[in-house]
Design a protein around this ligand. Structure first.
Ligand code: MN
Length: 236
């Protein structure tokens, strides 16, 4: 953690001519604590890899503009919170904490979303196998029941948001939740395993207002191998 902080501060120190640098430099000398420099992760495939189900332009805008904005927003919010600790001025605490939840939620959910998809030529689509397949049958009755409930949850998100398959740790059960925006309607004690973004920016160029068509197409690119690995990781 300390070396991360040094790297982060170091990166900013090399840009000392910038006004924003001064804020971070001053934080180094204060008692405000450490900062993480959140970064936009690379996609595990090219922008056109998920065509025809998700078009390349949508993927490019979604990743390089929308996800990037959440990363920047989270860094900004956490820097402002550190600044508040440094100055002991917490008058805007509610605003910056809301910002950190919104942008932090966006960063985390998009980071998962990219990994949950793969081209059909790279294993996307079909049905889960192994332990995850068994668990889905146990908790939802059948894969078909799970798929219908998940699709209905995604289709009915009010406004912008997500449908998310979670593993609930307390009883080791799979549950489906919605998230409005990037963070509302969340539960605790859960590990997100699979999610679909149903913000219009995720599908509008190809599907316009037909969210249900996008959801139906999306099942062709679900990376079940990744979801299975994540499930097993958290089942130990
Ligand atoms: Mn999105």
């Amino acid at each position: 953690m300390k070396s991360n902080r040094r790297n982060f501060i170091g990166a900013f120190a090399s840009m000392s001519a910038l006004a924003s640098t001064n804020m971070f430099a001053s934080l180094e000398d204060s008692s405000s604590g450490t900062l993480t420099k959140h970064e936009l992760p690379s996609l595990p495939y090219s922008y056109n890899a998920l065509e025809p189900y998700i078009d390349a332009k949508t993927m490019e805008l979604h990743h390089s503009k929308h996800h990037k904005a959440y990363v920047d927003g989270l860094n900004k919010a956490e820097a402002e919170l550190a600044k508040a600790r440094s100055s002991q001025d917490f008058s805007l605490i509610q605003y910056w904490i809301k910002q950190s939840a919104f942008h932090g939620g966006g960063h985390a959910l998009h980071s998962l979303f990219w990994k949950c998809m793969a081209s059909p030529t790279q294993g996307g689509g079909g049905e889960p196998k192994g332990q995850l397949s068994e668990k889905i049958k146990e908790d939802f009755g059948s894969f078909d029941s799970f798929k219908k409930q998940f699709s209905a949850a995604a289709a009915s998100v009010e406004g912008s948001g997500w449908a998310i398959l979670h593993l609930r740790k307390s009883d080791h059960r799979l549950i489906i939740l919605q998230a409005e925006n990037q963070h509302k309607l969340s539960a605790w004690d859960t590990i997100p395993l699979l999610n679909i973004d149903v913000w219009e920016h995720a599908y509008y160029l190809t599907y316009q207002n037909k969210r249900a068509d996008y959801i139906q197409a999306w099942w062709n690119i679900v990376n079940w191998n990744f979801v299975e690995d994540l499930f097993k990781l958290h089942s130990r």
